[in-house]
Design a binder for this molecule. Structure first.
Ligand SMILES: Cc1ncc(C[n+]2csc(CCOP(=O)(O)OP(=O)(O)O)c2C)c(N)n1
Ligand code: SF4
Length: 301
């Protein structure tokens, strides 16, 4: 997309103030900025306990210029559903309700409320910014943490021994109208998906890869580049799933070696070349599985 087109596509309005409390290089702060540019001012944001509880700032100050509801860790989808129901009762149809939660609040503790909302096809957008651990409380492993990663609860002597949970497949299995993966390194793609979500009714879910320099043990200025490498290496492919069955890739993924991505992060420093070869094999298998679904969607026979 040319410079001019990006200017046309990305609204100038800012809903995230400078001086917010994120660390330098934090993907979650950029992601909220993009999401709100795509959604506009008529948005209510529901945030459970996570880094964003801090980034938003202490009451009565806030870094966001849209209404914001802080809620308990496990309740993002339930509270967002309630806010939407209240708006419906008041006959207010032009406000978007956005649940905004980390991977801990989504993959783990919030999944019951999220599954309930998805099963009822609640009319909400749910964005999970996935930094692959419980970062706010000091980098503990979540079920989104990749196999082999160091966290404070999976130290280098016993790194994470389970693979990352496949949240997109879980959400697709609910047959919700729209699920998409996105990454902050691709802001136009992410904003397009948020804008598309706004046009659809029912439960819309976006799984967003969001870098965290303290948790990934990388340099602040490398976080976006690393996120791009995660996508290009197919560790985190970008795709959409409509009604749980129509799979579409969002871009060409070159398939660069995962080693380049892994070796730049302190959280993977202890991994051997053999470990990385195994990760590469798993990534290849998952990619083939995804391609089969894309192909079946194109050719249902
Ligand atoms: C029921 C409950 N358990 C634990 C906590 C403590 N807590 C607050 S934020 C947080 C981590 C959130 O992790 P995640 O959702 O991945 O978001 P991130 O911190 O990475 O932004 C935890 C464990 C809590 N607030 N409520
Ligand atoms: S700890 Fe990570 S996710 Fe939390 S504010 Fe800092 S960079 Fe962002």
């Amino acid at each position: 997309m040319s410079q001019i087109k990006i200017k046309e596509f990305v609204p100038a309005e800012e809903y995230l103030a400078s001086g917010h409390l994120a660390c330098p290089g934090c993907g979650a702060s950029l992601a909220m900025r993009y999401a709100l540019k795509a959604l506009g001012s008529k948005t209510i944001v529901v945030i459970p306990a996570c880094c964003w509880s801090i980034i938003a700032g202490p009451y009565p100050q806030t870094s966001l210029s849209v209404p914001l509801f802080h809620t308990a860790f496990e309740t993002a989808a339930a509270v967002a559903s309630g806010v939407k129901a209240a708006l419906d009762i008041r006959g207010n149809q032009d406000i978007t309700v956005l649940a905004w939660a980390g991977d801990g609040g989504t993959f783990d503790i919030g999944i019951q409320a999220l599954s309930g909302a998805a099963e009822r096809n609640e009319d909400i957008i749910y964005i999970c910014y996935d930094n692959e651990a419980y970062m706010n409380t000091g980098i503990q492993r979540s079920s989104a943490t990749p196999w082999g990663a160091w966290t404070t609860t999976t130290p280098t002597a016993r790194p994470k021994s389970h693979p990352k949970k496949n949240i997109m497949e879980i959400m697709a299995a609910h047959r919700i109208p729209y699920a998409a993966s996105a990454a902050v390194a691709y802001p136009v793609d992410f904003m397009e998906k948020v804008k598309k979500s706004k046009r659809i009714r029912g439960t819309r879910f976006i799984h967003l890869l969001s870098p965290c320099p303290p948790g990934w043990k990388c340099a602040d200025e490398e976080s976006i580049m690393l996120t791009r490498m995660a996508v290009q290496s197919r560790i985190f492919p970008l795709y959409e799933v409509e009604n749980g069955e129509r799979y579409r890739l969002s871009m060409d993924h070159s398939g660069s070696p995962v080693k380049e991505y892994i070796r730049r992060q302190g959280r993977f420093r202890h991994l051997t070349d053999k470990d990385i070869d195994m990760i590469q094999e798993r990534v290849n298998d998952e990619w083939e599985r995804l391609l089969r679904k894309v192909k079946e969607s194109e050719d249902p026979e």
